[in-house]
Each structure stands twice: as C-alpha cells, then as structure tokens.
Design a protein around this ligand. Structure first.
Ligand code: AMP
Length: 218
C-alpha cells in the first residue's frame, strides 16, 4: 500500500479514520503530535524543550521535527506504507519531507483531505464526549453516535467527559489557523496531482467507505 498523508480540520474525525485505516490495511498510524508527547516525557534537554512548546501550542523547531520523523520512518513497520498525521504542517516541511522520502527510497503516495464545513464541525465539537476510562468517542448531537445512556460509555461503563478545548471559541481559533496554514500546503500537493479531497460529512462508516474507494483507485 502507498503511504498516506492525512489532513483534516480539527474535530473532523481524523483520529478515528486513521485507526480504521491502520486496522484495515495494517499500516502504522504515525502522529507527530503523539511522538512529541512521548519525547516530552523524557528527562532530557530535548524533552523539556518539547514540553514547553507543546504547553504553549507553538510549533516544534524543524530540525528536531525532521530528526524525530526520519527516525520513525526508518523503522521496519513503515516499509509497507504508513498513515502520516500532523506532518507536514506547512510548505517548508512538505519540501523537506520530499527530500526525506528520496533518501529513504519511499514515495509520497496519497494526500487525503477531509473536507467539512465550519458549521458541521461546530456541531461535532460541542457534542463530542470521550470516555475517560477507555477513550471511546461519542457525539450527543448525532443520533447514530449517541451513547445509549446519558454520560455513560456503552463499551466499558466509564464516565463520558468533554475535552477542554472542545468549545466554540477554541474551535473557531483552531479552525482559522488550519485554513490559513493548510491552503498553501493543499495547493502544493494539488500541483503534484496526488491530492484527494473527500466530503467528510456523514457517519464514520460512510466516510471510511469513501476513503477506501480512493485507496482502491491507487
Ligand atoms: P497534534 O496532536 O497534531 O495536534 O500536535 C500537537 C502539538 O505537537 C502541536 O500543537 C505542535 O506543538 C506539535 N507538532 C505536531 N506536529 C508538528 C509539526 N509537524 N511541526 C511542528 N510541531 C508539531
């Protein structure tokens, strides 16, 4: 399977879809945010630097980013394709990623974008509830994604909570930043002819079917 770069606005369901792709195609889901969160726990200079950047919501320096990503992409499990989430975040990183791939004898593959309008995302953000015990995700604004019992997880009986940044103000801010930063990146990949824009409205399963169709075209 070809590699995938997965791009989507906040709350579009990128995490859920990445897990489904991972299971169906046996490709690792590589989230640069997850890698950084892990390194930030290390007792080292780089660890404390990353911890500080993450807490401020800024971007980690490119040289550290590239080094961590290259190390991850060199691992055996990436040989047959991977889903990259959180990288690249701008055109400069995209250009560096091209160089990295050349060095690793890998190809860009697909760039998949979930396209959803702001109003739909707002509804998702305000309705999203996450089980604090097992991490299962629900949405109280969508009939198909509601828990059977209010505030209780169907899977494990744990309590459902709302994420701190799942409020309208924070969402609007994150969404604006996404639009500004992502458009040049999408243009970059459109020119290369590998950009696939998928309508991200609908149920988790419906969106996954659309992604599978793109991957089948390959
Ligand atoms: P995410 O989980 O993708 O939202 O990323 C969490 C945080 O990790 C971001 O707010 C950034 O501080 C950092 N981060 C993730 N990916 C990158 C990247 N490609 N370049 C720089 N910083 C990043």
């Amino acid at each position: 399977m070809k590699n995938i770069i997965f791009i989507a606005p906040p709350a579009a369901g990128k995490g859920t879809q990445s897990s489904l792709i991972e299971k169906e195609y046996h490709m690792p889901h590589i989230s640069t945010g997850d890698i950084l969160r892990e390194v930030s726990q290390e007792d080292s200079e780089v660890g404390s630097y990353i911890l500080e950047v993450l807490s401020q919501g800024g971007l980690v320096k490119d040289d550290i980013m590239y080094q961590l990503l290259e190390e991850r992409l060199k691992k055996e499990d990436c040989r047959n394709g991977y889903v990259l989430d959180g990288f690249p975040r701008n055109v400069e990183q995209a250009m560096k990623y091209d160089e990295m791939l050349k060095k690793l004898h890998q190809e860009l593959g697909y760039v998949i974008v979930l396209d959803i309008d702001e109003k739909t995302l707002e509804k998702r953000v305000t309705g999203r509830r996450i089980c604090d015990a097992c991490g299962a995700v629900y949405n109280i604004n969508t009939e198909k994604e509601q828990p059977k019992e209010e505030s209780i997880c169907d899977v494990c009986g744990g309590r459902l909570k709302q994420r701190n940044d799942d409020n309208i103000e924070s969402f609007r801010n994150r969404y604006q930043i996404y639009l500004e930063k992502m458009q040049p990146l999408l243009d970059y990949y459109k020119k290369k002819g590998i950009l696939y824009v998928i309508d991200g409205r609908g149920s988790v399963e419906e969106i996954f079917q659309k992604i599978k169709k793109v991957l089948m075209k390959g």
